[in-house]
Design a protein around this ligand. Structure first.
Ligand code: HEM
Length: 189
């Protein structure tokens, strides 16, 4: 069983990642910030200069055995040396989504929207990790995190466009789209 990893995304004046864009996609955006740090655990949230979002990896809800095997065979891990670009896309789904039964959600997620099947071809260029936030009482249900090399930035845009056109996305009521680059903080004057 995969371990549960709690994580906090802290935005403010410092952090390894430089925030290059915070774009409001659906619903209210997040306050502007210059940099972001990703901290294991949840105890640093109060230290945020601008904002903090908490999430934890969790058990998979929709992936079936054959899909899991395929994913494991092609997916890349985080923190590859060449993956100096990242995206943080916090997402909240509507009450209508959460009122659906598990089988109805799986049907929309995969049989209709083909979330896993259609996204698979973007691996291993795009590395991903999904954090669950809803159970923590956070403003978003999910924090989705992606890492890729600069030459795959256009590929990532294509993937995001593809998913946003699906039926699954008609249930997304808040989505903010952050892009980041791994850059050392400028030395203090
Ligand atoms: C890199 C290619 C991608 C692959 C292979 C992929 C695959 C998956 C898989 C297998 C799950 C289901 C996990 C489970 O069973 O609980 C999932 C969930 C999710 N993914 Fe993706 N994904 C990709 C890209 C993206 C992108 C770009 C976004 C956001 C724009 C995104 C947003 C989400 C969200 C919000 C969920 C949670 C859905 C829910 O539980 O209702 N994914 N993804």
């Amino acid at each position: 069983m995969a371990p549960i990893i709690p994580m906090t995304f802290l935005a403010g004046a410092s952090g390894r990642w430089r925030i290059t864009r915070i774009a409001q996609h659906t619903g209210p955006s997040l306050p502007p910030a210059a940099r972001l740090e990703v901290h294991p655990g949840h105890d640093r949230a109060a230290a945020a200069a601008a904002w903090a979002l908490r999430g934890s990896t969790g058990h998979q809800r929709y992936v079936e055995q054959a899909e899991k095997r395929q994913l494991v065979a092609v997916q890349a891990g985080l923190e590859r040396k060449e993956a100096t670009c990242a995206a943080l896309i916090p997402i909240r789904k509507s009450a209508a989504w959460w009122e659906l039964a598990q089988d109805e959600r799986r049907k929309i997620f995969e049989e209709v929207s083909r979330h896993t099947a259609a996204s698979m071809k973007y691996l291993p260029a795009i590395a991903r990790r999904l954090y669950h936030s809803r159970e923590l009482g956070e403003p978003f249900d999910f924090l989705t995190w992606f890492e890729f090399a600069p030459e795959h930035a256009a590929l990532f845009e294509e993937l995001v466009g593809l998913l946003r056109a699906t039926e699954e996305w008609t249930y997304v009521e808040r989505e903010v789209d952050l892009r980041l680059t791994l850059e050392p903080e400028p030395a203090a004057p």
